[in-house]
Write a protein that binds this ligand. Structure first.
Ligand code: PHE
Length: 503
């Protein structure tokens, strides 16, 4: 069977950027700046981008492109005993992160509709936590499934199915080529709109006022650096097997380095830009309500579903339109990341077992929907918080670290360097190789150790030990186990070594 291909490099870029730009760019990045030294945070952020983000992106693109395969197949071709790592990455992302990522996009769909009549009323916090989520007292109290959320989750799974069941060019590429320009235009409108509001300038000052002390001499300066590196891995969708799969559909002559640089830089510029809309709005709200920054600034779901609705209700005109645009932006950013997660797993299953695509995608969406139901219960928010924390650290960071060790040390970077270099005009390989061998693994190891230390000191997020062990560690171990088992099954398809394997 002929492997699917992107129609053009631009189409590939739209999809890769679509994967990278997700909810995190909007609700996480600007808060991290605010919390970690304002504009000064851009220094560790750019350093992280240059020394870890782009090198790892080149590694993942190079790996998928050279071996023309998903993460498990590429790693199998590096050495069969590494295949399990590839499976682990695509299993934890598909049967972990994806299950709740879709539910969050479902919340955005609900809120898109709520925005039509500012349904959250005068108390958005109570509305979100009580009326909408019906949040239970803790992770062990599942309560009932929330029907509005369930319905929206089903719709979002259907959208994923609709985009992905066709082949790459007709499905994901076509969708992302529409989604990305619309996303940029809508975000620009939101930025201009917010900047015209009184008080927005003050908000931007909170976002970007540099505090160099925090990053160089503050008490916990190294935490700021670790946060910058952590954000770079997450925002670029690295360590999930996604970029490996996407690059496997590239043209044989594609310039890997150039594409990696474009994907990474556009993603980071988007985060920076979207921060103006976020903090502009928060500044306006602070001025209107007279509240200090600590009271209005939030990140994550608190920003999107509590602070933003509150600000929207205070706008002088066009509230409904502004609200709908904001949630639509989140939906676009979310879906273009969601389809990439599913693709990481789907391409792996197709590579190994030769499943027909449309049937496989249908099955994945049905299974995914069933799994998502857990997160539509009244304990959903607790579950999501715990699983998200554990999978991002012990999934993403761990896989990223192992990739560097395998490629940098066991496999020797030279093979991948040759492949990448021969496709680009300038040769960056010495710089790249040193990042992969030294900079990235050392930092990832530090992040891993720092988190692990935090984990054993006290249970994450103030939850009970039981919840953290069952849900957090349980999910990590279960997906790892599944990954290892799948890697032991025999291959049903033919495996071709890379064309340049004599190199
Ligand atoms: N990169 C995305 C973001 O910043 C997140 C993401 C996570 C994408 C997992 C794909 C998979 O939000």
């Amino acid at each position: 069977m002929q492997r699917s291909q992107w129609n053009s490099n631009i189409g590939f870029l739209a999809a890769a950027i679509g994967s990278a730009i997700g909810l995190g760019n909007i609700w996480r990045f600007s808060y991290m700046c605010y919390d970690n030294g304002g504009g000064a945070f851009l220094i560790p952020y750019v350093v992280a981008l240059l020394t870890a983000g782009i090198p790892l992106m080149i590694l993942e693109f190079g790996l998928g492109h050279r071996h023309v395969g998903s993460a498990p197949k590429s790693l199998h071709l590096v050495a069969p005993h590494w295949e399990w790592l590839g499976w682990y990455s695509v299993v934890f992302v598909m049967f972990g992160i994806m299950l709740y990522y879709v539910v969050i996009i479902g919340w955005c769909v609900n809120y898109f509709i709520f925005a039509m009549d500012l349904h959250w009323g005068d108390h958005p916090e109570a509305f979100f936590l009580e009326d909408f989520l019906g949040r239970s007292a803790g992770p062990s109290e599942l309560g009932n499934v929330r029907l509005t959320i369930l319905l929206a989750t089903a719709i979002v799974w259907f959208i994923h199915w609709f985009i992905s069941y066709r082949d790459i060019a007709k499905g994901i590429e076509r969708a992302c080529k529409i989604f990305m320009p619309v996303l940029f235009v809508l975000t620009s409108i939101l930025v201009v709109w917010t900047l015209s509001l009184p008080g927005s300038g003050e908000g931007i000052r909170w976002y970007l006022k540099p505090d160099l002390g925090k990053i160089f001499s503050g008490e916990k300066w190294y935490k700021v650096w670790a946060a910058a590196y952590g954000q770079i891995f997450f925002t670029l969708s690295l360590g999930f097997g996604i970029m490996i799969a996407y690059a496997s559909y590239l043209d044989r002559k594609a310039n890997i380095v150039q594409l990696a640089v474009w994907t990474s830089v556009v993603n980071c510029c988007y985060s920076f830009f979207a921060g103006f809309a976020v903090f502009g709005t928060l500044g306006y709200m602070a001025q209107k309500t007279g509240l200090p920054p600590e009271e209005v600034v939030q990140s994550g779901p608190g920003l999107a579903f509590i602070a933003y609705p509150q600000a929207i209700s205070l706008l002088p005109f066009g509230r409904e339109l502004f609200g709908m645009m904001f949630f639509f932006v989140l939906i676009l950013a979310g879906v273009s990341s969601g389809v990439s997660i599913m693709e990481a797993f789907a391409s792996a299953a197709q590579d190994k077992f030769g499943f027909p695509r449309a049937k496989l995608i249908t099955l994945l969406c049905v299974l995914g929907f069933l799994g998502s139901i857990l997160f539509t219960t009244q304990a959903g928010l607790h579950w999501l918080d715990i699983v998200d924390h554990f999978l991002n650290i012990y999934g993403l960071v761990f896989v990223g670290l192992m990739e560097c060790i395998i490629i940098g040390w066991a496999y020797k970077t030279i093979k991948l360097r040759k492949h990448v270099d021969q496709l680009s005009k300038r040769h960056w390989s010495p710089l790249w190789a040193n990042s992969i061998k030294w900079v990235v693994p050392i930092i990832l190891l530090f992040i891993l150790a720092q988190n692990f230390w935090g984990e054993v000191k006290e249970p994450y997020g103030g939850y009970s030990w039981a919840a953290v062990i069952v849900l957090g560690f349980g999910w990590v171990v279960a997906t790892l186990f599944a990954g290892v088992v799948i890697s032991l099954l025999p291959w049903k398809t033919e495996m071709k070594p890379p064309e340049d394997s004599s190199a």
